[in-house]
Design a protein around this ligand. Structure first.
Ligand code: TYD
Length: 212
């Protein structure tokens, strides 16, 4: 089974993924968690270029780098793990590309669909949890954790995070549209709720969908 988590930076995906891994492992499932971009030696190098560099990268270049990282991860790790019967949890997958490079950077959505099909070998998650949060709130969380003033060009932010407020608004609108078009696969969660409550919602939904 493939479970993915989506949402803008700071929505609390990692906290929820950690809790879910514990619950599923306690139930005796063999769970593998991975994050995108990254997860193989080559994909981690691509991650450094995408997030840590100060270089300007064109929208198409950015799309192809995220996609190259995904192709490595899918073929080297995700497909073999699924074939082994593992439960794979991905912190971001191709919906991030549609939201960030499509709705955020403004790249053509049809072109993205073809590249996504190639980079994923056609794999689609069984279920996707979308943690919804207003961008200002997400950024506030991030900055207050580090006790620094909130500025979009801060050195504390990675290359994507320095894209600014309007970019993040477009990404969020993109997620809402993607969710509307894929309502069977997506579950929307209010990321402002208490983390323990969110976790209960997630486990209840998984139980309802996959154990009945
Ligand atoms: P990461 O540090 O993993 O952040 P987060 O905790 O928010 O997941 O950074 C990944 C960044 O890359 C994040 O800003 C989203 C962006 N991204 C894309 O723009 N396109 C993609 O296809 C993927 C996978 C990520």
């Amino acid at each position: 089974m493939l479970i993915t988590f989506e949402g803008i930076d700071g929505a609390g995906k990692s906290t929820q993924i950690k809790k879910l891994v514990t619950t599923l492992s306690d139930q005796g499932r063999d769970v593998l968690t991975l994050r995108e971009p990254g997860g193989t030696e080559v994909a981690e190098k691509i991650r450094m270029i995408l997030l840590e560099s100060r270089h300007a990268i064109s929208p198409i270049g950015e799309l192809l780098l995220f996609s190259a990282s995904r192709a490595e991860l899918v073929q080297e790790v995700v497909m073999p793990a699924l074939a082994d019967g593992k439960t794979v949890i991905l912190d971001r997958f191709f919906d991030s590309t549609t939201a960030y490079q499509g709705y955020g950077r403004g790249l053509d959505l049809e072109m993205l669909r073809s590249i996504i099909e190639i980079s994923t070998c056609g794999i689609v998650p069984d279920i996707t949890f979308y943690l919804d949060i207003p961008p200002e709130e997400a950024l506030k969380r991030k900055f207050s954790a580090k006790s620094i003033p909130l500025e979009f060009d801060s050195d504390e932010l990675d290359r994507m995070e320095r894209s600014g407020a309007e970019f993040y608004h477009n990404v969020r609108q993109g997620y809402l549209e993607i969710m509307r078009l894929n309502s069977k696969r997506f579950v929307s969660i209010n990321a402002l709720e208490h983390p323990a409550l969110i976790h209960r919602q997630i486990t209840a939904l998984l139980k309802q969908r996959f154990e009945s």
